[in-house]
Write a protein that binds this ligand. Structure first.
Ligand code: HEC
Ligand SMILES: [Cu+2]
Length: 351
């Protein structure tokens, strides 16, 4: 009786603590709410078992400990108790099956496609690469464009198609709760419906190399109107950049490459756009993995800047990690693109 009373009190305290402590990041999607409820139910069901085991162990240690003079006394021999064994197998099995069923129902629920009558789903391609995320949207003109900025409209279902270029990453927005591995050669999917305006962290949840801890950025959830305006603007930007690149292909003129667009969005072949990691006020870039290039490149010669880009580990900027900036821009940027980028960075940083 004593043990049962202590166990009940301890369980009640444990459950209360489990529910009072605020474990979760903000709830920013319809999925998040259901997952938090699932988590709360798991806390309510599992805390009593943990407490029960701990209480029985501590109680027994205290109450039935060996006292002086009892060294040679042995307890009564005990044989199996069939009824007890059936009960303690059946109850956990029942609980386990119920929890699995509930978890499975929640999973199908959060993965369900929006109703046909609802607004068409927004599709965003996500690509993980050491050590940044890039996103591909379909522009208002029907043409895809790449960006390092993840912008989502509030209240509309989004379906992510998740890819990886090099190693396994994992695309996770804790405020949305859902996450999925990004595996080279496989396209994974998940959907969320953002429900809360604001900026939330995007993290890589799979150890993917030396720069893993830096593979962080943010997602902005905005009003649908604001999103449409952003999409329209980026669609034009993408078209202009593509036009410029196509024009430059024949002439081979460095001036024909839109270096600013290249810096912001990459060329589709580079490992990651520079803006994913660098701040550069002139390009509106706000990455924080690498140095602020507007400041860091002051006084550097074009040759130095070029070396920084094609051989980033030769000179490591103080206070920043080595082996995080991709080492292969020398191959993934064309000579014209590299030249244009160096000229652009030299121009904007020497102002
Ligand atoms: C995955 C993150 C990442 C990406 C993408 C990235 N960089 Fe870097 N970059 C860094 C880090 C970290 C450093 C500092 C360590 C070092 O010097 O290698 C750096 C350093 C630099 C430097 C040297 C700055 C100085 O203080 O001298 C230059 C220049 C530079 N990057 C240009 C670029 C350009 C141009 C691009 C796009 C073509 C780019 N980076 C893409 C992370 C990145
Ligand atoms: Cu990663």
């Amino acid at each position: 009786m004593q043990m049962v009373v202590i166990g009940l009190v301890a369980s009640a305290i444990g459950i209360a603590l489990g529910l009072i402590i605020n474990w979760f990041p903000p709830v920013a999607s319809t999925q998040a709410k259901k997952i938090d409820t699932l988590y709360d139910v798991l806390v309510i069901v599992s805390v009593p078992f943990f407490v029960l085991v701990v209480v029985v162990v501590l109680f027994s240690v205290l109450k039935f400990r060996m006292r002086p003079g009892e060294e040679n006394i042995d307890g009564p021999p005990i044989h199996g108790n069939t009824r007890l064994e059936i009960v303690w197998t059946a109850i956990p099995a029942l609980i386990l099956v119920s929890l699995c069923t509930y978890a499975y129902i929640t999973l199908t629920d959060i993965e369900e496609a929006p109703a046909k009558s609802a607004q068409p789903e927004l599709k965003v391609d996500v690509t993980g690469q050491q050590f940044a995320w890039t996103y591909r949207y379909t522009g208002t003109n029907g043409k895809p464009f790449d960006t390092t900025e993840l912008m989502l409209p509030k209240g509309r279902s989004v379906r992510f198609a998740i890819h990886a270029k090099d190693v396994i990453h994992d695309f996770w927005v804790p405020a949305f709760r859902v996450k999925l591995d990004a595996v080279p050669g496989i396209t994974g999917h998940y959907r969320v419906t953002p429900t809360r305006l604001g900026s939330y962290p995007v993290v890589c949840a799979e150890l993917c190399g030396l720069g893993h801890a830096y593979m962080r950025s943010t997602v902005s959830v905005v009003q649908p109107k604001q999103f449409d305006a952003w999409l329209a603007k980026r669609s034009q930007g993408g078209a202009a950049a593509a036009g410029a690149a196509a024009g430059g292909g024949g002439g081979g003129q460095a001036a024909a490459v839109d270096a600013k667009a290249l810096f912001t969005n990459g060329n589709g072949r580079t490992p990651a756009a520079c803006a994913a990691c660098h701040t550069l006020a002139a390009a509106g870039a706000t990455g924080t993995v690498g140095p602020d290039l507007g400041k860091a490149l002051k006084g550097q010669s074009p040759a130095q800047i070029e070396q920084d880009i094609v051989d980033p580990n030769k000179v490591i900027t103080k206070g920043f990690p080595a082996s995080v900036m991709p080492p292969n821009y020398g191959q993934t940027l064309s000579p014209q693109e590299l030249k244009a980028l160096v000229k652009y960075l030299h121009d904007v940083s020497s102002k």
